[in-house]
Write a protein that binds this ligand. Structure first.
Ligand code: 15L
Length: 270
């Protein structure tokens, strides 16, 4: 990769909550930053950056706006559980369009994956990246699709990608689950910057979680990229509220995503 200041970075999902935070931070570091989203950008675009409105599902448009970039930070797409029809265009078709653009431009992709790829693991398990995936909905399945497209594009075409299985990226944890899943904004930024600036990444998978005492997630590729989380949700332990009174959500790591439309009979009945 080239040196930091000369990187040509493009951020998808720039108008989303995390996108807006990253847009402001990355504009300061990477002159020429390109921001994109299907929705208009709600903030003032910082000097040195520019915004282009585009639909991730439109392959031609994505090819056009990614021309000449060497790093694609792919945070675009549907960010919650929805029907398959809703997830399909941006999260499936759009992700392939992004990886195709990366292949053409020999760019690296940094992909916002999610803890909902493993949401149906019970809360008493500590996971590493080698553990079985257990998506908790079409959203989680779409994030696994992105991770797998990344693996395939690396093995077949040498396209590097870093996949961040983001927990709960919030300014502050608000409920008990977040004491395990919280990713602070400063840790998110450090993780993205380390992923951009690592000399080589190959295919890498990281837990997008702060150094929480109660974290459910451990071993990953972070050290290899020179990244280490610094914040710890435990400092908020006496300020969070109890998780919603929902036995399924409380049982699994994915929380409320797991109980949405849950259709299994109670244990022992089928
Ligand atoms: C996610 O992947 C969602 O995008 C976010 O809205 C939160 O629900 C988060 O996971 C979480 O699990 O807390």
């Amino acid at each position: 990769m080239s040196d930091a200041a000369s990187r040509k970075v493009l951020l998808t999902g720039a108008s989303g909550v995390l996108g807006r935070f990253l847009a402001a931070e990355l504009a300061r570091r990477y002159p020429g930053l390109v921001l994109t989203d299907i929705l208009p950008f709600p903030d003032k675009v910082l000097e040195g950056a520019r915004f282009v409105q585009a639909d991730l599902a439109d392959a031609g448009r994505i090819a056009e706006i990614t021309e000449g970039v060497d790093t694609i930070i792919h945070f675009g797409g549907v960010a919650n559980e929805k029907s398959f029809e809703t997830i399909l265009p941006a999260n499936i078709v759009g992700t392939v369009n992004v990886f195709e653009a990366a292949r053409t431009n020999r760019a690296r992709v940094i992909f916002a994956s999610s803890n909902h790829t493993i949401g149906f693991h019970e809360r008493d398990r500590k996971l590493g990246i080698a553990d079985r995936v257990k998506p908790d909905g079409f959203y989680g399945v779409s994030k696994l699709f992105g991770e797998n497209v990344g693996s395939f594009y690396f093995d077949k075409f040498g396209v590097e990608s870093v996949h961040l299985r983001i927990g709960s990226a919030l300014r502050k944890p608000t409920e008990t689950r977040h004491l395990s899943t919280w990713l602070s904004y400063p840790d998110l930024l450090r993780m993205v910057v380390a992923s951009i600036e690592a000399e080589k990444t190959g295919y890498a998978l990281l837990w997008g979680v702060s150094a929480n005492t109660r974290s459910w997630w451990g071993e990953d590729d972070a050290a290899r990229l020179g990244y280490r989380a610094e914040d710890n949700a435990e400092v908020f332990a006496d300020k969070v509220t109890a998780d919603p009174d929902d036995p399924i959500a409380r049982r699994f790591q994915g929380g409320s995503f797991t109980s949405q439309g849950y259709g299994r009979a109670p244990e022992g009945k089928s």
